[in-house]
Design a protein around this ligand. Structure first.
Ligand code: ADP
Ligand code: MG
Length: 256
């Protein structure tokens, strides 16, 4: 190959942003020569390598955008510790079909049983299917919606939050909402209803939602929309944090 062709090839790879091909090409050309690889084999290898690299990069970017407080997978979840969770349900959610069907997931249970872990782990699977995902804690969400409301930018904020294929709203019920907060929350849920999927986690059972939202009518309007197409996972077990602590105690470790 003459220098002109070589230079043009590299310059085109750069312009077309085929960075992985540019990275492996020199070594690959040597190998293709030695092993007498056909043009079709070579093209297939190079393009496949580029595709894998682009998929990996975009997964990393989507995961960063998601803003998880920590990253946990389904493989890291000890299901034997929480027998109340039906593995079949989890395996179904893993396929991300619920996203296609605009269905919601409600994870309920006391603190430490793995609600946030499962929400994040399911979202990590959803990200692999190339869907946009965003995590937010309920308290922070309401603060952001309130701020947008006072800055006259609520419509824009609601539009942004409604466009994610999956939105995780974590920790509903830890702090009660006032009427304004409940109203803003309702608007978000209404905007997402039957358009995109939402995962909710809460330590409160549905009967207590009137109290969380300081209003029974708005609480049941929110629940109505969330539950219409949904999977409810009610985790009835013990706190995993407590189990870890107990393990530490029995080993005679730090007792704080
Ligand atoms: P919750 O949101 O229900 O309060 P988390 O999901 O934050 O609880 O879980 C608390 C901690 O315990 C996290 O570090 C989480 O990864 C871990 N954890 C909870 N349940 C399990 C489990 N069954 N297997 C492995 N780790 C778990
Ligand atoms: Mg949590």
């Amino acid at each position: 190959m003459n220098t002109l062709t070589y230079d043009r090839l590299y310059s085109n790879l750069e312009r077309l942003k085929l960075t992985k091909i540019a990275e492996v090409l020199d070594n690959y050309l040597e190998r293709a020569n030695k092993e007498n690889l056909s043009l079709i084999e070579s093209l297939d290898y190079l393009i496949e390598t580029e595709r894998i690299n682009k998929d990996e990069t975009s997964l990393i970017m989507r995961t960063n955008v998601a803003g998880f407080p920590y990253r946990k997978t389904l493989e890291q979840f000890d299901f034997s510790f929480q027998p109340s969770i039906d593995i079949k349900t989890i395996n179904e959610l893993k396929t991300a079909r619920f996203i296609h069907n605009q269905e919601n997931i409600l994870l309920l249970g006391p603190p430490g049983v793995g609600k946030t872990h499962l929400a994040i782990a399911i979202a990590m699977e959803v990200l692999k299917h190339k869907f946009s995902t965003y995590y937010i804690n309920c308290h922070k969400l309401i603060a952001q919606l309130n701020k947008a409301h006072y800055e006259n930018s609520l419509a824009v904020k609601l539009k942004t939050l409604s466009k994610y294929k999956l939105l995780i709203i974590d920790e509903i019920g830890y702090l009660p909402l006032d009427k304004q907060g409940a109203n803003l929350f309702f608007q978000l849920i209404s905007n997402r209803y039957e358009k995109n999927s939402t995962i909710i986690t809460s330590n409160k059972s549905f009967g207590d939602w009137g109290e969380i939202f300081s209003d029974n009518v708005i609480a049941s309007a929110i629940l109505d929309r969330l539950l219409h197409h949904s999977t409810v996972i009610n985790i009835k077990g013990e706190s995993y944090r407590l189990k870890e602590r107990k393990k530490m105690f029995s080993r005679g470790g730090d007792k704080n």
